[in-house]
Design a protein around this ligand. Structure first.
Ligand SMILES: *[C@@H]1O[C@H](CO)[C@@H](O)[C@H](O)[C@H]1NC(C)=O
Ligand SMILES: *[C@@H]1O[C@H](CO)[C@@H](O)[C@H](O)[C@H]1NC(C)=O
Ligand SMILES: *[C@@H]1O[C@H](CO)[C@@H](O)[C@H](O)[C@H]1NC(C)=O
Ligand SMILES: *[C@@H]1O[C@H](CO)[C@@H](O)[C@H](O)[C@H]1NC(C)=O
Ligand SMILES: *[C@@H]1O[C@H](CO)[C@@H](O)[C@H](O)[C@H]1NC(C)=O
Length: 498
């Protein structure tokens, strides 16, 4: 009894705290120096090298969902083909099928021999493509042979990648060890030897193709703070190879399912979606983006998702992971990261995918909301400093006018007890009222796969067409004296059209 009263008291106290909690943002009327310029398609997709045919055409939803993103952005989403298996792919120009499995890599992915038909799979895709090539096994001749076919086959080729995560993370290390006998001893493969070697490869491939601006460089997994980033890459790479680089890429997974020896956090969906943690995680790249820019290159997250190692069962398919996608890609864009290729892992074995053979998964809602937010906008700025779980972003039009505001309440709600909420006050608005579209779900743990579909603007994705279905709901909120008040429950976001 005593205990019951005490917990009731605690509950009341936390509820009143929750509702007393208000966040105020001043919305700038026009973009200042802090706003970052947006790519046309910041929400991009990655597909694994060895199992590309598992998506195209093995999974009809993949093409349908890409088309859904096209319908919002006006451009086909950018695609990257790569991952661990790219360094276990040997090219055979005479092979008459896309690829054949020849073994299993120590990391569990397939070791394959592939032919021109694997590249053909995306020959008609209209969005830009980054194609990953094997560097790990140190057969430059084979990689150049493949590069020539890729360039010839893909009219929308954006760049080639020379090796996936060549920074020696545990098992990948064994692959890159093949590059040099000294490296095989495990002593000499560091960011200096990697950059020297990589720039040689860039020059060799670029010259063989007769093409400049053709490589997506680096693709490291370990963080810049551990030495693996643009700062060291450009310090040690041969500057005469810069002409062959198109863009600088880094991979990013805030959490991991396969051991945290590279400094990632263990899987925990509440910690994942927290705006405080997202700000810290994206913040690891702020200086590195500047280092690449100093050398004249854009920065992208060339492979990213929530939990490395194909995700965490029971976490990757939740709405909370969708909330992470949304806040993460907005935050990344606001520090100048041009795009994030959200990796769709091994079909049937991956837990962070946005769609699979069964249907739509909850993370896609965050990606879709972000694509809607980015559509037609040309700059973005964060409104908050990342010290609370409540986030705000402002998007500016081509003429620099504030066009949309995004509010995110990344507090967690597991479905038990009363759901907290936060009032957000926006100042600096003009006009009589604004329209708002809400992203919500029953709880942070809602899974479309379990029949608890999240909703955006009242609509949810069809598991067969990947189109939003249901009655569209747009909220109208009054602006008084330049101010408006919005209430967001824990794990909700609002897209406000100014
Ligand atoms: C490297 O690739 C070339 C061209 O595909 C091939 O002829 C050669 O046998 C390969 N070398 C090794 C060591 O596998
Ligand atoms: C192997 O690497 C070492 C230093 O890491 C370098 O001095 C040497 O030239 C490399 N050898 C080859 C064959 O690439
Ligand atoms: C941030 O992540 C860490 C590590 O997973 C976790 O301990 C912490 O609770 C998270 N912070 C928030 C505010 O969720
Ligand atoms: C698709 O994902 C859902 C949610 O994780 C899972 O229950 C289902 O088994 C998956 N289907 C396939 C074919 O992988
Ligand atoms: C905002 O709305 C909430 C809920 O209606 C209300 O409790 C709060 O007082 C309002 N805050 C302001 C500053 O108007």
């Amino acid at each position: 009894m005593q205990q019951l009263q005490w917990s009731t008291l605690l509950l009341t106290w936390s509820i009143s705290l929750g509702s007393a909690h208000a966040i105020t943002f001043q919305v700038p009327g026009s973009s200042g120096n802090n706003a970052a310029t947006l790519d046309l398609s910041p929400v991009s997709f990655g597909f694994p090298f060895a199992t590309l045919t598992g998506y195209f055409d093995g999974m009809p939803l993949a093409s349908k969902c890409l088309d859904t993103f096209r319908s919002v952005s006006g451009v086909w989403p950018r695609i990257r083909v790569g991952g661990t298996s790219e360094d276990y792919g040997t090219f055979d120009p005479t092979l008459k099928v896309p690829n054949i499995v020849t073994g299993t890599a120590p990391t569990g992915q397939s070791q394959t021999t592939y032919g021109p038909q694997l590249v053909q799979v995306l020959a008609n895709y209209k969005g830009t493509i980054v194609w990953g090539l094997n560097r790990g096994f140190n057969n430059l001749t084979n990689t150049i042979e493949a590069a020539k076919v890729v360039v010839k086959t893909l009219p929308t080729l954006y760049a080639l990648e020379l090796g996936n995560e060549p920074d020696g993370i545990i098992l990948q290390f064994m692959v890159f060890a093949a590059l040099n006998a000294t490296i095989a001893n495990g002593v000499d493969w560091n960011f200096q030897t990697e950059a020297e070697s990589e720039s040689k490869w860039q020059a060799a491939v670029g010259q063989a193709l007769g093409r400049d601006n053709i490589v997506q460089a680096s693709s490291y997994y370990q963080t810049p703070a551990r030495g693996w980033g643009a700062a060291n890459y450009f310090k040690f790479a041969d500057p005469t190879a810069d002409r062959y680089i198109k863009v600088y890429s880094h991979h990013n997974y805030p959490q991991t399912a396969v051991g945290t020896s590279n400094g990632e956090d263990p899987p925990n969906v509440q910690a994942l979606m927290s705006h405080v943690n997202i700000t810290k995680n994206v913040g690891l790249y702020v200086d590195d983006v500047k280092a690449a820019a100093t050398r004249g290159f854009d920065y992208v997250f060339g492979e990213t998702n929530s939990v490395s190692g194909n995700g965490k069962p029971g976490q990757g398919d939740t709405f909370a992971t969708g909330m992470w996608v949304l806040d993460y890609v907005l935050r990344a864009a606001s520090i100048g990261i041009k795009r994030a290729y959200f990796h769709q892992g091994t079909p049937g074995k991956s837990y962070y995918v946005w769609f699979n053979a069964t249907g739509i998964q909850s993370p896609i809602y965050g990606g879709y909301f972000a694509a809607e937010a980015f559509a037609g906008a040309s700059k973005i700025a964060a409104l908050d400093d990342g010290t609370t779980n409540q986030a705000g972003y402002v998007l500016f039009s081509k003429t620099g006018k504030a066009q949309k505001v995004i509010l995110v309440n990344s507090d967690y709600y597991d479905g038990s007890g009363i759901r907290s909420s936060t009032n957000f006050i926006l100042n600096g608005l003009t006009g009589g009222n604004v329209q708002a579209q809400r992203l919500t779900a029953k709880t942070s743990l809602s899974r479309q796969a379990s029949g608890d579909a999240p909703s955006f603007s009242g609509q949810s994705f069809s598991d067969t067409t990947c189109n939003l279905v249901g009655k569209k709901v747009v909220e109208s909120v009054a602006v008084k004296g330049g101010s408006a008040n919005f209430t967001l429950a824990a794990s909700e976001a609002l897209l406000i059209l100014l």
